[in-house]
Design a protein around this ligand. Structure first.
Ligand code: EZ4
Ligand code: CO
Length: 405
């Protein structure tokens, strides 16, 4: 079964998505997600100019060999653009193999380790009361784990809430230049403990609570936050600090028993090898789209399992539903799966482009039993919503210093 054609699509049904479609001479095709928010066209060009020509005529069944060929053969290993391209090719090849075998991808990985995938939803509010009201709505929908974010009083914009989100949605996925946001650790600390204290008062101890710091704190500030939040028993604290220096998590770890999660920006196992083998984290958030696909994530999950680290794949709206489908197969298989982030399946336009049978009920997701990844990509629908240049925001301290991001 030879690779005959590789096409790359960029569509924007509210957000940009980069999709790869591989067609074989057997008529079977597969799809993969290569979305890299804010740098989409770099991946498109990388795929079209540099990756696709090398793959035409190769055996579509040779997933491992193609992965190694692209990863090692390039000489310039790793990197977000490179790994997103490899990831999309890899996902599409798993999709093809599953379709050829007549089996869903999770069966090719080793079968189910569980019947359903636990999800955590987002409650992002303009103030504490708003966040808590949104949390209550999600509890009423059946979610048992919820990520709480709240705007920081005194800052013009807080990432992911308030100004940031409004700006993004009003412009309909088009931010021609990066907006800038201000950060103050002091102001954040004044809000964050109250948020979780009130959440526990209102919702009791049975619900799992999570929080994403978006890497805005230094290691010692993270250590302090972890300690302050211990009474509220978080499932995990995400991206407390940047860990380009993986040793920096030793500072956090030695001070707090709040579980730690990191990894949504990671490209390879090398970004988290020390974090995992020194047991400095509890959950690995690497995403199939950004860390080299199903082949790479399977390997990372196995490595993490040796050190009691669970998987908790990134599930933000800037990953396409193809990535979510890939995660579903990994999640239902991985013995050390922890939890999956979930923000819905996008708007109506998105749902017309990406069609699948994943069911969500009472905060749990049920994998599709369709062969392959179990997701269809409608090219004609996608063409109706062309690419729009759009950036993630940049963060600065109040004195103007570019801050951790
Ligand atoms: O900042 O997907 O856990 N989710 C997140 C997201 C990310 C965006 C960046 O591309 O942190 O909001
Ligand atoms: Co995050």
């Amino acid at each position: 079964m030879k690779i005959k054609e590789i096409k790359v699509f960029v569509c924007n049904p509210g957000r940009n998505f980069v999709t790869v479609k591989i067609t074989t001479d057997a008529g079977i095709y597969g799809v993969g997600d290569a979305t890299l928010n804010g740098r989409e066209m770099a991946v498109v060009s990388y795929l079209e100019e540099h990756v696709a020509p090398c793959l035409i005529g190769r055996n579509a069944h040779d997933i491992e060999d193609i992965w190694q060929y692209l990863y090692k053969g390039v000489y310039w290993r790793k990197g977000a653009v490179n790994m997103a391209a490899i990831a999309a090719i890899d996902m599409a090849l798993w999709d093809i193999k599953g379709k050829a075998a007549g089996l869903p991808v999770y069966q090719l990985l080793g079968g189910k380790s569980r019947q359903a995938v636990t999800l955590y939803a987002h409650a992002s509010g303009e103030d504490i009361e708003d966040t808590l009201n949104k949390t209550e709505d999600l509890i009423n929908q059946g979610f048992k784990a919820i990520r709480l974010q709240s705007a920081v009083p005194g800052l013009n914009v807080t990432y992911g809430v308030l100004g940031d989100k409004k700006d993004y949605f009003e412009l309909q996925g088009n931010r021609p230049l990066p907006p800038e946001e201000t950060w103050s650790t002091q102001k954040y600390f004044n809000m964050i403990v109250e948020l979780f204290q009130k959440a526990r008062e209102r919702f009791g101890n049975d619900i799992q609570l999570l929080h994403d710091v978006h890497s805005r704190l230094t290691p010692i500030e993270s250590a302090k936050l972890g300690k302050l939040l211990e009474p509220y028993n978080l499932m995990f604290l995400e991206d407390a600090s940047i860990a380009e220096n993986q040793d920096s998590y030793k500072v956090i770890r030695q001070h707090t028993t709040t579980p730690l999660a990191i990894g949504e920006t990671y490209n390879t196992i090398w970004d988290c090898k020390d974090l995992i083998q020194n047991q400095l984290i509890d959950y690995l958030r690497a995403a199939a789209t950004h860390a080299g696909g199903i082949t790479a994530l399977r390997r990372m999950a196995d490595f993490a399992s040796i050190y009691n680290v669970k998987t908790a794949p990134h599930g933000a709206p800037d990953l396409s539903p193809i990535c979510f489908a890939a995660h579903m197969h990994l999640n239902i298989w991985a013995p050390n799966f922890g939890i999956q982030e979930f923000v819905g399946f996008g708007n109506e336009q998105s749902k017309q482009i990406f069609k699948h049978q994943i069911k969500v009920e009472q905060g749990m997701a049920y994998v599709s039993d369709a062969p392959g990844l179990g997701i269809e990509f409608d090219e004609t629908e996608a063409r109706k919503y062309p690419y729009k240049r759009s950036y993630l925001p940049v963060s600065r301290l109040e004195d103007g210093t570019v801050w951790n991001w």
